[in-house]
Design a protein around this ligand. Structure first.
Ligand code: PMP
Length: 425
């Protein structure tokens, strides 16, 4: 029998340390919201492969769709030989995305690639170069997306210089004293001190910051960013790579605000574990780059398109948007009850089933405790629950459990969190 320890030793010897590992666990198999490791130990999965498994592990309809596609063909490169599933998937997203205007969709492979392409399209359409992103934002690990990312350690350390013409405005954060007014003022200040508005191609924002700590963008903030973009002819790009595919209770998180962005980036749960990403946006914006300007060898792979279409069907069949809202409300209620008994939980927040809690020393939000978050996640692994941390200070524990998980599994996971809080008190 192979042990986690043996495999970890081989991993350390064969793979660069830069590829981090949250848990020293090697998986053997998984089903819906449960995982079994190589030693036969069972875990509840509250990580979902970082927001990829909203429809759970091994959902039969998704598996069957991919298997059927494997039997037909697995790769052509869409730019060489097209296939209907890519077109159908684009049509579905053109209808799903908010905004009463014609839309078009482009598919790629990874989230970072979707963000790269959204910026390329914005530059091509506006003939402007600058981009405004936000503090604590996360947009990927390629050099352009790292430039947009608003957190140095560990992502940006040692990898610069990053592409120019990227500016960071303050993301609103009530817990840490940044109001919506402060945030909008910081955008105005960039336009005054750093770059004229007529050179800004786009503002890119996450409706709920994922890696940054599950910070929910207030509705009036998103509306004011939209108004500012309209005023200056700047495109609004919403990065829904972590928030999309129903995680927050609507297909796109931006729907909660009533704002229609010019482009939306998506990836992760859109295909339930098969690598595909996309950009959906205003048709005339999306059409700006000339033929041949966009694409990629694996972009919009037929296997992933088949999976993504099946994911959309599973959402309808299981009514997963409603499930996301009810599951989220339940998790927040239980975590808030834990917070009243444990002052180390300084905040519980979320949107739909995108839920997190912030851990601090002595209940003081100005003393974030990454150590406690780390200890809690390690204790949870021991007790059979996979948890992920996030946040600018690494002190936020986030929950990304499959929306298909049963109430019993969700409660079992929450019980483990409660026990871990007691064990680390
Ligand atoms: N944007 C956001 C909001 C993300 O959460 C992520 C991944 N955590 C990315 C972009 C990058 O996606 P990928 O890792 O697939 O490149």
């Amino acid at each position: 029998l192979k042990t986690n320890a043996d495999l970890m030793a081989r991993r350390r010897a064969a793979i660069p340390r830069g590829v981090g590992q949250s848990h020293e666990v090697f998986i053997a198999r998984a089903e819906n919201a449960e995982i079994w490791d190589v030693e036969g130990k069972r875990y509840i999965d509250f990580a979902g492969g970082i927001a990829v498994l909203n429809t759970g592990h091994g959902r039969p309809e998704i598996k069957e769709a991919v298997k059927a596609q494997i039997d037909l063909f697995t790769h052509t490169c869409f730019q060489v030989l097209a296939y209907e599933s890519y077109v159908e998937l684009a049509e579905r997203f053109n209808t799903l995305a908010p905004g009463d205007f014609a839309k078009k969709t482009l598919f790629l492979t990874t989230g970072a690639e979707a963000v790269e392409n959204a910026i390329k399209i914005a530059r091509s359409h506006t003939k402007r170069s600058a981009v405004i992103a936000f503090t604590s934002g996360y947009h990927g690990r390629t050099l352009l997306t790292l430039g947009l990312t608003g957190k140095v350690a560990p992502y940006k350390t040692g990898f610069g210089p990053f592409p120019g013409e990227i500016f960071h405005a303050q993301f609103p954060n009530e817990t840490h004293g940044v109001s919506v007014d402060d945030s909008i003022a910081s955008i105005e200040s960039i336009l005054k001190n750093d770059v004229e508005a007529s050179r800004v191609a786009a503002i890119i924002v996450e409706p709920v910051q994922g890696e940054g700590g599950f910070n929910v963008a207030p509705t009036d903030f998103l509306q004011r960013v939209r108004a500012l973009c309209d005023q200056h002819g700047i495109l609004m790009i919403v990065d829904e790579i972590q928030t999309g595919a129903g995680r927050t209770g609507t297909w796109f998180a931006i729907e909660h605000s009533g704002v229609a962005p010019d482009m939306i980036t998506m990836a992760k749960s859109m295909a339930g574990g098969y690598p595909i990403s996309g950009v959906v946006g205003r048709a005339e914006v999306m059409d700006a780059p000339a033929a041949g300007g966009l694409g990629g060898t694996y972009a919009g792979s037929p296997l992933a398109c088949a999976a993504a279409l099946a994911v959309l069907d599973v959402f309808e069949k299981d009514n997963l948007l409603e499930r996301s809202r009810s599951m989220g409300a339940h998790m927040v209620t239980r975590l808030e009850a834990m917070a009243t008994k444990d002052k180390r939980i300084a905040a519980v927040r979320g949107l739909g089933a995108m839920v997190a809690f912030e851990l601090c020393k002595d209940g003081d939000v100005h003393q974030p405790s990454a150590e406690l978050a780390k200890a809690l996640a390690a204790e949870a692994t021991k007790r059979g629950l996979i948890l992920l941390t996030c946040g600018t200070y690494g002190n936020v524990v986030r929950i990304l459990v499959p929306l298909t998980a049963s109430d019993a599994i969700v409660n079992e996971g929450l019980d483990i969190i409660e026990a871990c809080l007691a064990a680390t008190a």
